[in-house]
Design a protein around this ligand. Structure first.
Ligand SMILES: [Zn+2]
Length: 490
């Protein structure tokens, strides 16, 4: 049977080739057969310090292969700000802080038909949350009336109180510097409202998002004054008046006038879909974490939800981390002081690109196919995966083994916590502290048996891709010498 995805591939290749002949501007969007105008990924550039320009160019090439035309590149904290050096001291080992290649990267994106949106959080998260190291009086206030505790993923610090004029001035100057001085060729901003540490001081509290909005309104105007077609992505919290419940905080959305030039961003954990706002926006995009969790069912669910909600884009996370953990994150003290291993793929060298490994090629194909047709039946999706990854001689076992690896890499996983079977030291630490019950031990014993037989099965296959299945399985087996396996007994 003919490979059904080949017409798509030809169109995509043509678009990418055309784009490569027209440097200096966005030549052509990647012409994927898709229900979405905007396709691509949310990538935490700031938390991937080990990747230099070469790897980042490869990552954008991969996005183009996937039919992507838009990337959220979360930049704050990871460029060498001249005005606010405190924002990148935590990331002094970041390749872009050491040698600023962001502009080259944006040029490369444009050659590949990809628009780059610079990501940051107003008054919080990476970069911004370092400001209180120099200006502790700008810390947000918690529900108990005291300054908020530090928090972070990779970059630990404190949210700012947006009611303080000094905080507003910092945000304006910092983002102006990023967007207008460092990366003026970027295609716009991605303004990610904080889901943590909402300031509860007497001037914020229920009016927090009004305070945040003052900055968002002003920087949006400045961006559009410079380039009217620029994309500015915002969260719905400024317009709906809804009561918001985050994992870490509660707040009330503001009720400010909506400018139809904004693109809206919705997420399962912090921003519920709002049809009346979507109808008025330039575009609306849905996000979830499914691709970076190797979760095919939720890539499908995300694409269907985005389509059914009339979103013009589905831009899920495909982020991985490679920073050194400075404090206990997600309840795992064992990881402190260690460098994050992207996706838990410990067979890669530090700084090596994980996005071309078999599991990533597979989940990227899933994204490409399901943004093309969110209702593509599972057997057909698996057949396409089989043909593209393992060649004409693919069989059910290849797909079953791939799905087994997906499950293993996502077992007991969290944002900065790798899949359990990849990291025996972490599992031992859980066992030592009474956090490895009999069921978890049994699960891991079962997974170890699965990768042992998988490694045997694909020891000498003819196709390189199936050899990669065997190599990954063997790497997992090798992490568990007999003395390590004793953790799993009992
Ligand atoms: Zn405040």
């Amino acid at each position: 049977m003919k490979d059904c995805s080949s017409p798509w591939t030809r169109r995509s290749f043509l678009a990418a080739t055309l784009a490569s002949f027209l440097p200096g501007k966005l030549a052509a969007s990647n012409q994927a057969a898709t229900v979405f105008q905007h396709r691509g990924y949310y990538l935490c550039f700031m938390r991937m310090p080990t990747f230099g320009l070469k790897v980042w160019r490869e990552i954008l090439d991969a996005v183009a292969e996937d039919g992507g035309n838009t990337v959220v590149l979360w930049m704050a904290g990871a460029f060498r700000s001249r005005k606010f050096p405190i924002t990148w001291q935590w990331a002094s080992d970041h390749a872009n802080v050491k040698r600023d290649f962001g502009r080259d990267l944006i040029r490369h994106a444009h050659r590949r038909g990809i628009r780059i949106l610079l990501g940051f959080t107003p008054f919080g998260y990476d970069g911004t949350n370092q400001v209180p190291l120099e200006k502790p009086h700008l810390k947000a206030t918690g529900a108990d009336g005291k300054p908020v505790a530090s928090f972070g993923i990779g970059c630990w610090g404190w949210n700012l109180c947006p009611a303080q004029p000094e905080s507003q001035a910092f945000m304006r100057d910092y983002i102006r510097e990023m967007a207008f001085e460092f990366y003026p060729e970027a295609d716009g901003l991605f303004i990610e409202s904080s889901d943590y540490g909402i300031c509860q001081c007497s001037r914020c509290g229920p009016r927090f998002f009004e305070q945040e909005f003052a900055f968002v309104r002003e920087i949006s105007n400045e961006v559009w004054n410079r380039r009217s077609e620029a994309t500015v992505v915002v969260y719905p919290h400024y317009f709906s008046g809804a009561r918001l419940r985050f994992a870490f905080a509660e707040a009330t959305a503001a009720k400010q006038p909506f400018d139809p030039r904004w693109t809206l961003f919705f997420t399962p954990h912090s921003a519920a879909l709002e049809p009346s706002l979507i109808a008025r926006a330039r575009s609306a995009w849905w996000w979830n974490e499914a691709p970076c969790r190797f979760d095919i069912a939720n890539v499908r669910a995300g694409a269907q939800k985005a389509r059914d909600s009339r979103c013009g884009g589905y831009l899920p996370s495909l982020e991985c981390y490679s920073y050194v953990v400075s404090q206990t994150e997600f309840g795992e003290p064992w990881l402190v002081g260690k460098r994050q291993v992207p996706f838990g793929f410990g067979w890669l060298k530090e700084g090596e690109n994980p996005y071309r490994t078999l599991p990533l090629r597979a989940i990227r194909l899933v994204y490409r196919e399901l943004t093309g047709n969110p209702d593509l039946p599972d057997p057909e999706l698996q057949a396409r995966l089989g043909r593209r990854l393992f060649g004409a001689a693919w069989n059910r076992t290849h797909i079953e083994d791939l799905l087994t690896l997906f499950r293993i890499f996502n077992t007991d996983r969290d944002w900065s916590v790798p899949g359990a079977l990849t990291t025996p030291g972490l599992v031992k630490d859980r066992a030592d502290h009474g956090r490895l019950d009999a069921q978890r031990r049994a699960t891991l014993r079962g997974q170890l048996a699965e990768v042992q037989s998988m490694a045997q099965r694909h020891r000498n296959p003819s196709r390189a891709e199936a050899r990669e299945l065997g190599r990954i399985a063997q790497w997992l087996v090798d992490q568990w010498p007999p003395e390590a396996q004793r953790i799993l007994v009992g």
